[in-house]
Design a protein around this ligand. Sequence first.
Ligand SMILES: NC(=O)c1ccc[n+]([C@@H]2O[C@H](COP(=O)([O-])OP(=O)(O)OC[C@H]3O[C@@H](n4cnc5c(N)ncnc54)[C@H](OP(=O)(O)O)[C@@H]3O)[C@@H](O)[C@H]2O)c1
Length: 306
Amino acid sequence: MQYSKLGEDLTISKLVTGMWQLSGAHGYIPSTSSVVTAMKCYTDYGVTTFDLADHYGDAEIYVGEFRKEVGKGFSDSHFQFLTKWVPRPGLMSKRVVEDAVDRSLKRMQCDRLDLLQFHWWDYSDKRYLDALGHLQELVDQGKIRCLGLTNFDTEHLQTIVGQGIRICSNQVQFSVLDQRPLVEMVDYCHHHGIGVLAYGTLCGGFISEKYVGLPEPSRRALDTASLAKYYQMIRVWGGWGLFQELLFVLKEIGEKYGVNVSQVAMRFVLEQRAVAGILVGARLGLSDHLNDNLNLRTKLMTCIEL
Ligand SMILES: NC(=O)c1ccc[n+]([C@@H]2O[C@H](COP(=O)([O-])OP(=O)(O)OC[C@H]3O[C@@H](n4cnc5c(N)ncnc54)[C@H](OP(=O)(O)O)[C@@H]3O)[C@@H](O)[C@H]2O)c1
């Protein structure tokens, strides 16, 4: 496994396991012990970093259980859990911010959050700057190791950095299909030492061998929140016909290098400047693509080191 650094002292695996898939919007959720066992399996292979959020169902609780069951005997920084705070719009007092952080700490059974990624819904409501100011204080007090953002555009990222807030990462949608971060984001992040964390790399699983040559899915087939979300993306991007053309091109590239469609797509994002990691969702304990995703490093690696 290859690793990246966020900020001064947080090292993450470049392949990050996304836990939105355990939020309940992606079908059946296995028992806590099955999830913890699956997490252990990922970490045994060096995939030591997980991405989650305060609103991903019990994801933070699974992390707490994992720390209790598996984490003993490992140093604090051996595993990395990147959570998010997605507050409802409202007053962003020190109390409100600290309460949210304390809740995540309690659920995750730890004294310090590795990375807290902050989301905001409405730029015209400037209280996001209050929230980030308080979060920065919590970094300085040692409750948060690194402060990150999610879904911020470059303009507002610049405003935040301009206020002296130390941002380590910004998590955004980034894939062969959605290349918006290439317009400005990656250059800005590269020059300011901010890592881009990419989600949607596989468009919820659509960018895979499974969908090559398939007719447009029915609404019924969109049975996870992720598939429903990225099906809309595909439609906005150019529609199913164009998407099939893209899959065939990825397949052709994959055949040249002996890898599959998903591996080419993941690799495409990983190779972009400033990208510190790709988040690949996993229905832990239910469905497993770990072997494929680990092969990323051995196959397409011949020319470029991750
Ligand atoms: N910040 C945000 O606003 C935001 C938004 C969305 C997601 N995220 C984060 O990003 C993570 C990823 O979620 P996503 O929705 O973007 O999904 P994704 O990673 O694009 O797709 C995940 C799905 O792809 C399939 N898959 C994984 N590896 C594969 C492989 N090698 N070959 C074929 N299929 C493969 C699996 O489907 P099966 O389970 O059916 O096998 C998996 O559930 C989330 O868990 C979350 O942490 C963040």
